[in-house]
Design a protein around this ligand. Structure first.
Ligand code: ZN
Ligand code: ZN
Length: 326
């Protein structure tokens, strides 16, 4: 399913099987989860995507070749994430911050991704994935989970953590936070009782609308919704020294707010991409915490339907395109 023009639906195309270059795996895609970033790319909200482009950066598949590459062999199950390549050489790469690499390439954005039967991926950036998960359940861990985890880790040893935007990433991170005995305060669209209910069912100690104040001051807040107005709102829920972490790749403008809301060493930061270490750490902790994913599956050719349902908030779980059965 190919994005040929920004703002237009994807088109079903027959393409020749991609050829892996040195160090790359040829992956037969089993399934690929859909991320909000895919919508931002389609809508032209991210600069300079490859066009035409195959979207998709939460790929689970099997290695089809070449015979041995890095730590992978033919037939191995593999996870392909958002961070697809870095130069290994810039000031960021050389200081363990490859997520900020100046020349990084991203799966399903600047290189072709997983809304397809085959993909090629640099073996050094692919993950060995835990056996405990079926392919479909694993796919949402590869971005929502990993990016969410990097956001969560920025909260340090915060005990009371607010989460704004209770979608895929929030569902996964709440399970880890509860496993680590943290208190989660879930903020949803005002009046969204269903989502508040599901947050409580996952173990959130409090759930309410983003226009409400929580019953206690928070040590940290993570914003997964792409809504800039939530930044000053979240800031006002924080105790002194608290942090607001913006976990999305795109956000509407942040309205101005009085300095007194930031005063007291409160911090606002963003989270960009992921490092391979984030991914490995997250998969290990997800396995230990037995993190569960909720998915709604679609065949590949219904990718446009899945994207539309995501856009209009009509999904019942993370949308996953199921491409080959193994
Ligand atoms: Zn993503
Ligand atoms: Zn670099």
């Amino acid at each position: 399913m190919v994005l040929e023009q920004l703002g237009k639906p994807l088109t079903l195309r027959d393409r020749p099987e991609p050829k892996p270059s040195a160090g790359q795996l040829l992956v037969r895609v089993s399934c690929c989860a859909i991320c909000r970033t895919d919508l931002h790319i389609v809508d032209g909200e991210l600069s300079n995507p490859k066009l035409p482009l195959i979207l998709g950066h939460q790929i689970v598949g099997r290695v089809e070749g070449p015979s041995r590459t890095g730590s992978f062999e033919i037939g191995d199950r593999v996870g392909v994430p958002w961070l697809g390549w870095t130069d290994g050489d810039c000031v960021y790469c050389r200081s363990s911050r490859e997520n900020l690499c100046d020349n990084a390439k991203f799966t399903g954005y600047t290189i072709d991704g997983g809304y397809a039967e085959f993909a090629v991926a640099d073996a050094r950036f692919c993950f060995q994935v835990p056996d405990e998960y079926a392919d479909v359940d694993l796919a949402p861990l590869l971005c929502a989970g990993m990016l969410g985890y990097r956001s969560y880790r920025k909260t340090g040893d915060a005990q009371r953590i607010g989460i704004y935007g209770f979608g895929n990433a929030a569902h996964l991170i709440t399970q880890i936070a509860v496993y680590q005995k943290k208190d989660i305060y879930a903020f949803t669209r005002p009046g969204d009782k269903t989502t508040q209910q599901s947050a409580r069912a996952l173990g959130a100690v409090w759930a309410g609308g983003s226009d409400e104040m929580p019953p206690a001051k928070l040590d940290a807040a993570i914003i997964f919704a792409p809504v800039g107005a939530l930044v000053p709102a979240a800031l006002r829920t924080l105790a002194k020294g608290g942090i607001v972490v913006c976990g999305g790749i795109h956000m509407s403008d942040i309205p101005s707010f009085p300095y007194v809301d930031l005063w007291g060493e409160r911090v606002i930061c963003s989270v960009a991409n992921l490092t391979r270490r984030d991914g490995e750490e997250f998969l290990e902790i997800a396995r230990r915490a037995r993190v569960k994913t909720h998915t709604e599956t679609f065949p590949l050719e219904e990718a446009n339907t899945a994207l539309e349902k995501f856009r209009s908030g009509k999904l019942t779980g993370t949308a996953v395109l199921v491409i080959s059965e193994f």
